[in-house]
Design a protein around this ligand. Structure first.
Ligand code: WT7
Length: 571
């Protein structure tokens, strides 16, 4: 096997006695870290921001270092308390009530964080959208969630199909706009008039906090619903996995449109009272190394796809920057290649710690921590308090080294509480008391978990989860496309790329222009990351007799693999 064993890191780490903690830890032990443990008053925004703002020792500590190509700002916990209070007052003024879904379609910016926290402060549910979403992606999410308010910019407003969104009562616009109707609320103006004092809406630990839409292999994106109780696990993992100390400067590169950008770009570092770096703008190796250097980042959470890009950018760029403050690196979202881990040892003289979890799990579950030996290529071991296993399709546990479904015993603190409006979908995740992840994996004799692939057709391209059905549905909206089948095709840098097979309607002939036009149609209609990098015209798309597209067969053809059982193939 290719397994390189990298010894535990020396030094003073937050979780030293992993094996003992696995046996003795109970989630109740974590509750003592929260003010509600004594006061009974619960709100994530209070624990993450106001608590530090009310403490004279941390009031003026930098909570957020924000930088983008055209703007830089540093805000203290007190600043963030005040701006989120102001936004909460704006929401109250427009009668937003507890439990309403308020969506954010905004670039990463100080306004985003003030608004997001303000939504939590009134007890509403925040729905962050990725700013690269195009009309269809925005429509699906706002329709399904019946969002009553949206916070966006005048530019992004063009991608909001308001006629299709009867529940959307108000739109807050961040930036200058010519809109005059009273449907629109001017962010700057309202914030200027709003008080910086706000009476927090106390909630129940089981009340809704955030909805993240994510893709499965069939159907529209589903709304994964998380509650305030998740903070228990965000705090625990901030301590154990992020290994945070009070003086750390922490940078999570994920956009808050994905769960990593909320759980680990907002909640975990701020629950722990740590300075958080946020970078807007696009990826570039220079800008990224520059960010590590400029803010003296000590703890860094990023993704394999970005690390692979840094590897290809070469070893000259990092030499221009002082990266000596960096002490701890983690990765999430796709398999972390052993080659990248080896590169990390050379480039940073640091181990890169893989972590495994999903939108549905709300927080990290299987991890590599500093005091643990890393087996390069393995996702690591379950956290204290987490029972993970490999099960068969009936939910029976399998012995070591046997491949099966990666599953987690139901009941960890940050687990999703529902799929919005789709109870049957929610139930379908659970078999025999196990949450079944859809990933195939095995566990070795020493308890390390090894990722093998997805069991369904979900595509992971550059760490972004794409449902083939969404792309297929959009493809057939194009007038030239009759049928479409979409698969993930292995790619050294992106993990997978999206490949689409299509058949053309009568009267259309294959040409480079037409294929490019179809690609653009997806890019501008759905989102850039969902646009197929490869498009192939076929005479027919293989389907089962019941009409289901046989993506597995398309994939086998594409990769030159045996086609397996084709007994259900339509003649
Ligand atoms: C899927 C979940 C919440 C993290 C961001 C992605 C894949 C995630 C790893 C890893 C191999 C991984 C899995 C999982 N994945 N982490 N460390 N190694 N694969 O969240 O969009 O909900 O995607 O990402 O396939 O099921 P997501």
């Amino acid at each position: 096997m290719h397994t390189e064993k990298i010894p535990a890191r020396e030094g003073n780490h937050n979780l030293q006695d992993y094996e003992k903690m696995r046996k003795t830890f109970s989630w109740d032990d974590m509750k003592k870290n929260f003010s509600w443990n004594e006061t009974g008053k619960v709100n994530m925004a209070y624990e993450a921001i106001d608590r530090h703002a009310e403490n004279p020792d941390t009031k003026d500590k930098i909570a957020l270092h924000y930088s983008s190509p055209d703007r830089e700002e540093s805000l203290t916990f007190d600043d963030l308390k005040k701006s989120s209070n102001q936004f909460a007052n704006v929401l109250k003024k427009y009668n937003v009530e507890k439990g309403e879904r308020i969506f954010l379609f905004l670039p990463r910016s100080p306004e985003f964080y003030a608004a997001f926290l303000g939504i939590l402060k009134v007890g509403a549910i925040a729905g962050p959208l990725f700013e690269a979403f195009m009309e269809q992606a925005v429509r699906d999410r706002l329709q399904d969630s019946e969002a009553s308010m949206l916070i966006t910019t005048p530019d992004l407003l063009e991608r909001v199909p308001q006629d299709d969104l009867p529940d959307l009562k108000k739109i807050v616009l961040v930036g200058d706009s010519k809109e005059t109707s009273d449907k629109y609320i001017d962010y700057d103006k309202e914030m200027k008039d709003a008080s910086t004092d706000f009476e927090m809406e106390w909630v129940d630990l089981e009340d809704g906090m955030v909805i993240h839409y994510t893709s499965g292999s069939t159907g529209k994106p589903k709304g994964v619903y998380h509650v305030h109780n998740a903070m228990i696990q965000h705090y625990a993992t901030a301590e154990w996995v992020l290994d945070l100390k009070k003086d750390d400067v922490y940078w999570c590169t994920a956009d808050p449109g994905w769960v990593t950008g909320t759980s680990y770009g907002i909640f975990a570092p701020w629950l722990y009272g740590v300075t958080n770096v946020v970078r807007g703008g696009r990826f570039s190796p220079d800008a990224w190394y520059g960010t590590l250097d400029k803010y003296n980042v000590t703890v860094w959470y990023t993704a394999p796809t970005a690390l692979r890009k840094l590897v290809s950018a070469g070893s000259e760029i990092p030499k221009k920057h002082d990266l000596s403050s960096l002490r701890h690196i983690m990765s999430v979202g796709e398999p972390l290649n052993p080659e990248v881990v080896s590169w990390g040892l050379e480039a940073f003289d640091l181990r890169i710690h893989d972590t495994w979890w999903m939108t549905e799990t709300g927080a990290q579950l299987i991890v590599n921590i500093p005091s643990m030996e890393i087996r390069s290529g393995s996702m690591g071991k379950p956290l204290p308090g987490i029972e993970a296993s490999i099960v068969d399709n009936e939910g029976n546990e399998l012995p070591p080294n046997q491949m099966g479904n990666l599953a987690i015993k139901k009941g960890w603190p940050s687990m999703m509480r529902k799929i919005w409006k789709r109870p049957e979908k929610f139930e379908s995740y659970f078999i025999n008391g196990w949450y079944v992840s859809g990933d195939s994996a095995y566990k070795d004799e020493d308890g390390y978990f090894w990722f093998q692939g997805r069991l369904d057709d979900v595509i992971n391209t550059s760490g972004e989860r794409v449902g083939p059905f969404e792309v297929e549905s959009k493809l057939i909206e194009h007038e030239a496309v009759a049928e479409a089948g979409v698969i993930g095709k292995p790619d050294p840098e992106r993990g997978e790329i999206i490949k689409a097979f299509i058949t053309l309607n009568d009267g259309y002939k294959e040409s480079d222009e037409l294929l490019e036009e179809i690609r653009q149609f997806i890019k501008t209609g759905l989102s850039a990351h969902a646009a197929p990098r490869e498009l192939e015209v076929k005479d027919s798309i293989p389907k089962t007799r019941s009409g289901k597209i046989m993506r597995r067969l398309l994939k086998s053809w594409e990769l030159g693999l045996p086609t397996g059982d084709t007994s259900t193939l339509e003649e």
